[in-house]
Design a binder for this molecule. Structure first.
Ligand code: F6P
Length: 542
């Protein structure tokens, strides 16, 4: 077990070093070090990372790497890949890396090689995806499936919807894909209003098969299908499949376990998009492209496992996040993909990062005395530039940003891509170097406007450049952030793989739901605010 974070030698050295760095401007750092932009770069698996526009020197990076060493990062990476139960609060191994291991590789949980089982499920998924895509799978009335609706929430929704949007260029355009997650009936209603049940397949995706939102939406879907087929229950087998670890609950719901695709308790919900939870993705892009996506994940897994920390992309990204969170007091991290297809990527990352590292106690249960997981957020460029970038450029809080750009567009129309990419480079340049009062004045700006037009600069960012948004590239990008989260969690000594923080609200909602719908006036035992809100709602609905 590593020492508590504040007692690690590198932590104290970083705290001291921060005092020298905090007053230094990126303008100076670049001027003093002409080689900087070449040195502070790394690349792997088709991702080029330029991290030179960060408020770091060689010493900072060295100290951060020492911190990683003292935090036992190497040992913890090895423990994850060895199938040790590093998710100790749930007594589980953490083996999403096994989901993308090539056939023949050995990764064990509880002494059993799990890779053959992974490939067995992938094989069944491929067979099923091909039957849907070829039109061979028939619905209750003999029609082929044209609409696929994934019902799930959290990790059972965000991965599928993000991947579908990200890889839309590779999808079968004859099929319609919808994603229902919210318990708000509007989500289901709008997703299905123009669909014909005879041509619609529902994939009920839930690791536990107990999640209130998903089970409610799934039973609404079942009613919707049954209503259309005069209540004939045999229609269920043709229009529903399940993705879950809970065969009993799947059967109880009425889905034949033959139509169930399983995964394992060592796959966390937010790490599950390349398990059977990716069934909708595989139907959309086909098994070949899905395999390419898994290869992308695997390439970064291998890089993370073997590359020295100095060149290790996820380690570097994770350490930079720790640097800003704990020394500069940054509370958020912006992720700014300059590709419209990645419009759901920030939302996906929110669960990955914040459900993983939003923790206030260490893995052994002690209250932390330092900041942990920052808020991740973002929007695709260039839209964000015309809304919130103002605050990043001239506001009073420090927001480190990741810019994600591509060398080639999947839709190379006229000048669009050059203009898009020009904005990536221009934004990171403006954030880093800003514009001084002298420069503003030299432009002939009126005195009273000079202060308003000054850009302080010294706003840090990473630039990630990738050739083009292929399934492989998407896999690399997701794995990059997964392992960055792992790195951060290891430094902070938190368990990045449980999520107890979502429980309390779930439990309370069950009680409140009963009180809202009760025929007799319920005896309310909440605080006065909650009691009054419940009474107001009941009164309005009477
Ligand atoms: O929000 C809590 C959570 O457990 C997530 O971690 C998970 O991805 C989501 O709910 C959905 O869970 P399930 O797949 O079991 O329905």
């Amino acid at each position: 077990m590593p020492r508590p974070l504040r007692q690690r030698g590198a932590w104290s050295r970083l705290a001291e070093h921060y005092q020298h760095i905090r007053g230094r401007h990126l303008r100076e750092l670049f001027a003093d070090d002409p080689d900087r932009s070449a040195r502070f770069t790394a690349q792997a698996a088709g991702i080029f990372l330029d991290y030179s526009k960060n408020r770091v020197t060689d010493e900072t990076v060295q100290l951060l790497i020492e911190l990683a060493g003292e935090s036992g990062l190497r040992e913890r990476i090895d423990a994850m890949f060895a199938g040790e139960k590093i998710n100790s609060t749930e007594g589980r191994a953490v083996l999403h890396v096994a989901l993308r291991a090539p056939r023949g590789e050995r990764i064990s949980a509880d002494g059993i090689d799990v890779v053959p089982a992974v490939h067995e499920v992938l094989g069944r998924m491929a067979e099923f995806a091909d039957r849907i895509r070829s039109g061979k799978w028939k619905g209750h009335t003999g029609q082929s499936i044209r609409n696929v609706v994934n019902i799930g929430i959290g990790g059972s929704d965000l991965g599928p919807v993000m991947a579908y949007e990200a890889l839309r260029a590779y999808t079968d355009r004859n099929l319609v894909f919808r994603f229902v997650s919210n318990i708000d009936g509007t989500d289901f209603a709008e997703a299905t209003r123009d669909l014909d049940p005879a041509e619609t397949l529902f994939i009920v995706s839930s690791k536990t098969f107990t999640t209130l939102e998903t089970m409610t939406n799934a039973s609404t879907a079942r009613d919707w299908v049954l209503e259309s087929f005069g209540g004939d229950k045999s229609a269920i087998a043709k229009h529903f499949v399940a993705v879950s670890t809970n065969a009993e609950a799947v059967e109880e719901f009425g889905i034949d376990v033959m139509n169930m695709f399983g995964f394992w308790d060592w796959v966390g919900g937010r790490y599950s998009m390349d398990s059977a939870i990716g069934l909708s993705t595989m139907i959309a892009i086909g098994p070949e492209h899905f395999r390419e996506m898994l290869d992308g994940f695997h390439a970064v897994d291998e890089h993370f496992r073997t590359a020295p920390f100095e060149q290790n992309l996820p380690v570097l990204l994770g350490l930079l996040t720790v640097w800003y969170t704990d020394f500069f007091g940054a509370q958020t991290q912006a992720v700014l993909p300059y590709d419209q297809y990645l419009k759901r990527f920030p939302a996906y990352l929110q669960q990955l990062t914040m459900e993983s590292n939003g923790k206030h106690v260490t893995i052994t249960g002690e209250q932390v005395d330092y900041a942990t997981g920052p808020v991740y957020w973002g929007e695709p460029g260039t839209n964000g530039q015309h809304s919130f970038y103002q605050l990043i450029h001239q506001g009073t809080v420090l927001i480190p940003a990741d810019f994600i750009g591509f060398l080639h567009s999947l839709n190379p129309i006229g000048p669009h891509h050059d203009l898009l990419t020009a904005n990536v480079f221009a934004q990171s340049e403006a954030l880093a170097f800003g514009k001084t009062a002298e420069e503003v004045r030299a432009e002939g700006t009126a005195d009273e406007l000079v202060a308003h037009r000054v850009f302080e600069g010294n706003r840090p960012s990473n630039t990630l450049l990738i050739d083009r948004l292929t399934p492989f590239a998407l896999g690399t990008l997701v794995a990059l952030y997964e392992h960055s989260v792992f790195t951060q969690g290891t430094i902070w000594s938190v368990n990045s793989f449980d999520q107890w923080g979502v429980e309390l609200g779930k439990v309370l909602a069950k009680t409140v739901a009963g009180e809202l719908s009760s025929e007799v006036e319920p005896e309310l035992r909440h605080d006065s605010s909650t009691n009054a809100l419940i009474r107001r709602y009941r009164a309005a609905r009477r």
